[in-house]
Write a protein that binds this ligand. Structure first.
Ligand SMILES: [Zn+2]
Length: 409
């Protein structure tokens, strides 16, 4: 562990530009159905601390989970429209379009999406009807799009480009178009992870400014929905007070961040997708939530750090599996010798033991890779069992000098 931390420190960049942490808050799912009272409480908390947040608004809905556009769809009521106008004018919210009606194309699919795999024209229509409606309310152009379930495809980006959008805020693992001016600013963590993440960044030697985009929903206020994500007015207020007490933290909106950042093209999203995919293979005790940030492409050391942690973890696992195989052989032999078995029978029994071990290892390997969706658990089983299988072929039990137990495997 000492060696590991020493090597990892070596991987960190020592020159710290400044100690700034940039935070963007993204509240999703303001809709004809969402809880207005909770939303007013959230806006007022931000107003109290003189902070702004991004609000992703679903303009339309219907009562029957109907994805297709229909005359039955209805929009925000006048109370919700007036709230948007009021808080936009008071400069507390910056509005983003959050789909047309947030209804999935197919609720039986493995992933939920309103846009992915839909024809370009259909996507373009949904986006533009929503955009015109919201612009009609706030009387200002909308240039930020947040796809429902953070799910979109290349046609979505094209439709956004052709509709005057300049920011796409989805997930750190996302599609991109190369020859395009869209700025990609995905969410990086959930609101309940924010305080811990700030502390981790402050205690790390990583280069700054660090950028965090924290996502939350009005439903987080209702504990029955998801206990871990639960928040309330008091918790949000104390979080914002904590942030206010830090001189090195700057709260911004997506547009403000775009104005001060020129590094928001597809290549930054691509780099973050790479980090995100790689850290999926780290076991939880090595996969700190320190990684829940929107890394700059200059932060190359983060990628190297994760790669190094991965290599060390899987090498150690492989060596441990060989060691355990050798130890188990010794143990089995000692056990059989204790019951005074003949050398021939011992040979048979050891063969049987190795055969059972080989078959069970193979079954576990097949199980780990059967759906090709390998995470850290699957890869750990694969590496561990590979160590056992390789040992089975290369390290045979010595049957001579049985009395000399210390030299026999
Ligand atoms: Zn949503």
């Amino acid at each position: 562990m000492i060696l590991l931390s020493f090597i990892l420190q070596g991987c960190q960049k020592n020159e710290t530009v400044n100690n700034e942490i940039i935070i963007i808050f993204r509240l999703d799912d303001y809709s004809p159905f969402s809880h207005t009272h909770t939303e007013i409480q959230i806006f007022e908390s931000f107003a109290k601390h003189s902070y702004k947040l991004n609000l992703a608004v679903i303009p339309f809905t219907n009562n029957d989970n109907q994805h297709s556009l229909s005359a039955e769809d209805y929009s925000l009521d006048s109370i919700k429209e007036n709230l948007l106008k009021e808080y936009q004018q008071r400069q507390i919210i910056e509005i983003a379009l959050h789909g047309y009606n947030h209804k999935a194309i197919d609720y039986n699919k493995t992933y939920l999406t309103e846009f992915k795999d839909l024809d370009y024209e259909l996507q373009y229509n949904r986006i533009n009807i929503g955009k015109s409606y919201l612009e009609g309310i706030i009387e200002e152009p909308i240039n930020i799009f947040v796809p429902p379930w953070n799910s979109y495809d290349k046609n979505t980006i094209l439709a956004l480009s052709n509709s005057g959008f300049t920011i796409l805020s989805a997930d750190t693992q996302g599609e991109y178009l190369k020859n395009n001016d869209i700025a990609y600013i995905p969410f990086t963590c959930e609101l309940y992870q924010l305080k811990d993440l700030i502390n981790k960044i402050e205690n790390s030697a990583q280069s700054r400014p660090a950028c965090i985009i924290a996502l939350f929903h009005p439903t987080d206020y209702f504990s029955t929905y998801d206990a871990a994500k639960h928040t309330d007015t008091k918790s949000l207020d104390s979080l914002l007070t904590y942030i206010r007490s830090k001189n090195n933290i700057r709260v911004m909106t997506l547009n403000e961040y775009m104005v001060q950042q020129n590094e928001l093209s597809y290549s930054r999203l691509k780099y973050n997708t790479k980090i995100h995919n790689l850290k999926e293979y780290l076991p939880p005790f090595l996969n700190e939530n320190l990684y829940y940030q929107y890394y700059s492409e200059k932060d190359r050391y983060i990628f190297r750090q994760i790669l190094l942690k991965l290599s060390l973890y899987y090498i150690v696992l492989f060596v441990v599996s060989i060691f355990l195989y050798i130890s188990s052989l010794k143990l089995v032999k000692l056990l059989f010798l204790k019951i005074k078995i003949s050398e021939k029978n011992l040979e048979y029994l050891l063969k049987l033991y190795r055969l059972i071990l080989g078959i069970s290892s193979l079954i576990l390997v097949i199980y780990a890779v059967h759906d090709f969706d390998i995470n850290y658990r699957g890869l750990s089983v694969l590496i561990f069992m590979s160590g056992i299988i390789i040992s089975l072929f290369t390290i045979k039990p010595r049957l001579k000098n049985l009395n000399n137990k210390s030299t026999a495997y």
